[in-house]
Ligand binder design. Structure first.
Ligand SMILES: NC(=O)C1=CN([C@@H]2O[C@H](COP(=O)(O)OP(=O)(O)OC[C@H]3O[C@@H](n4cnc5c(N)ncnc54)[C@H](O)[C@@H]3O)[C@@H](O)[C@H]2O)C=CC1
Ligand SMILES: O=C(O)[C@@H]1CCC=N1
Length: 269
């Protein structure tokens, strides 16, 4: 029999995951959602044909609970949810900074917990989800989680101590690329291009570069060198990027994101 999956706290990531599971062929009858607001529940019911239930009902009815609330809401959610979760349920957390220990401490002894850091490209089946098992998660549990998140992109298993770094790289990663696109589109405006043209030019350059990174098997340095002609335009730009410390800024930025993920965990434990 198909396993019933509940998405608990269905916001942006929860909905992306829900839509991905349906695109991958999971029947809406095997999916449940929980929300804080009734209108949100109604939208999800109408949009996806899934049943919206209370957190307590989800805990009883679903085999797998995927928790996609903000880290700051996880304590309150667990107070409400945990008393209703039988120890044979698989509990999956998608929240930044929430450790498997945090959840295990609030659930019945022996409950399997898996921590996942995903990202918003799950909306277009190009997500990256890093998976770590808690103390009671078996190989079968990890495989089940890989199957769910594999339906909306790639998955990787990582030791849980690497999850803060993963959050900094792939969890927050799409935001850095959007930020670069915003900035480069403004550069196009500075150079006299219409905004729409600047946007299309830079987005297609990003897509082309991404596909080459993924499919060519070449190191990024070689791909960049292939664009960089002697005494040409690209090296003039690269010199400015180096002069402005962009490489150092990225090292510092991702370190800050990882530190913040750790702080969230410490603030909540
Ligand atoms: N947005 C992103 O790019 C990523 C987010 N994450 C993680 O995913 C989680 C969700 O993030 P978003 O989807 O961006 O947030 P969101 O705010 O869009 O979604 C969270 C949802 O949970 C609901 N909620 C909160 N407490 C609840 C409760 N007790 N019962 C039922 N529903 C409840 C809220 O009403 C909201 O709709 C966070 O923990 C975040 O760290 C992970 C990777 C990427
Ligand atoms: O900004 C955040 O905290 C979440 C976690 C990873 C991406 N967004």
């Amino acid at each position: 029999m198909a396993q019933r999956v509940a998405v608990v706290g269905t916001g942006k990531i929860g909905e992306a995951l829900l839509s991905g599971m349906i695109r991958a062929g999971k029947s809406p009858d095997d999916l449940l959602v929980t929300t804080r607001r009734a209108e949100r529940a109604e939208d999800l019911r109408r949009g996806y044909g899934v049943e919206a239930v209370s957190n307590a009902e989800a805990a009883k009815a679903a085999d797998i609970l995927i928790l996609t609330v903000k880290p700051q809401d996880m304590g309150a959610l667990m107070d409400e949810l945990a008393p209703h979760v039988p120890a044979d349920r698989l509990v999956v957390s998608g929240a930044a900074g929430i450790t498997t220990k945090f959840l295990e401490a609030r659930l019945a002894a022996g409950t399997p917990v898996v921590r996942v850091m995903s990202n918003t490209p799950v909306l277009v089946d190009e997500g990256m989800s890093a998976i770590s098992g808690g103390a009671h998660a078996t190989e079968a549990h990890l495989e089940r989680v890989e199957e769910i998140f594999g339906s909306v992109g790639k998955t990787i298993r990582v030791p849980e101590k690497q999850q803060d770094a993963v959050t900094a790289l792939s969890g927050s990663g799409p935001a850095y690329f959007y930020f670069l696109v915003e900035a480069m589109t403004d550069a196009g405006i500075l150079l006299g291009l219409p905004r729409a043209a600047a946007h299309d030019l830079i987005v297609q350059a990003a897509i082309g570069a991404s596909v080459m990174l993924r499919d060519s098997g070449e190191h990024p340095t070689l791909l960049r060198e292939a664009v960089t002609s002697p005494a040409g335009t690209t090296i003039a730009a690269i010199r400015e990027l180096e002069n402005h410390g962009v490489r150092a800024a990225l090292l510092a930025a991702l370190e800050a994101a990882s530190n913040r993920s750790q702080e969230i965990a410490e603030g909540l434990s």
